[in-house]
Design a protein around this ligand. Sequence first.
Ligand code: SF4
Ligand code: SF4
Length: 182
Amino acid sequence: MLVEAPKTKWTDRFLLLDLLTGLRTTWRELWRKKVTVEYPENRLPTSDNFRGMFRFSYERCIACKICAMACPIEIIYIDVGEETREVDGKKKKIKVLNRYDIDVKRCMFCSLCEEACPTKPKSIWLTTGTYELASYDRNELYMNMQQLEYWEGRPEYSTLEEIAAEQGITEAKALPGKGDSK
Ligand code: SF4
Ligand code: SF4
């Protein structure tokens, strides 16, 4: 296959012109005011598809165990029992979720459990935008369904513009993406 070479402009013959274009950008950036994000006082939001801390919904979960089967390292532990309840005047046997634990310290955040979950919206998801999962005790990272559902550790996020305004800078560029709030 023949590929036609791009036509050159007469200015391309001068190597220094490219160099000067690069230097012009460097010079412009040199004088732009810098915004310092002082973590942990300031936190920028994560991108929309960032995977962090799990959130679980007992209400949505249908106790199908598909997420546990999809997990490649088998760290989701589910126990399902049966209860007889009256539904529309008839006694019916229904599945009841007795246990839903995730050993988060072993998780590789592949999100296969979330992908496999058949409910809409998902009953387990990782796009909570929370990335501060460090702990002094490894055992704290084994979480049961109450911990997965009711955690409130999500920190406050600020946009770069808000941080810049605090620092008296008005020309900060916006960052792409923002935290997910499922
Ligand atoms: S994200 Fe974690 S729990 Fe979910 S499938 Fe992957 S390894 Fe298993
Ligand atoms: S979280 Fe989703 S996949 Fe897992 S048991 Fe509940 S409904 Fe099934």
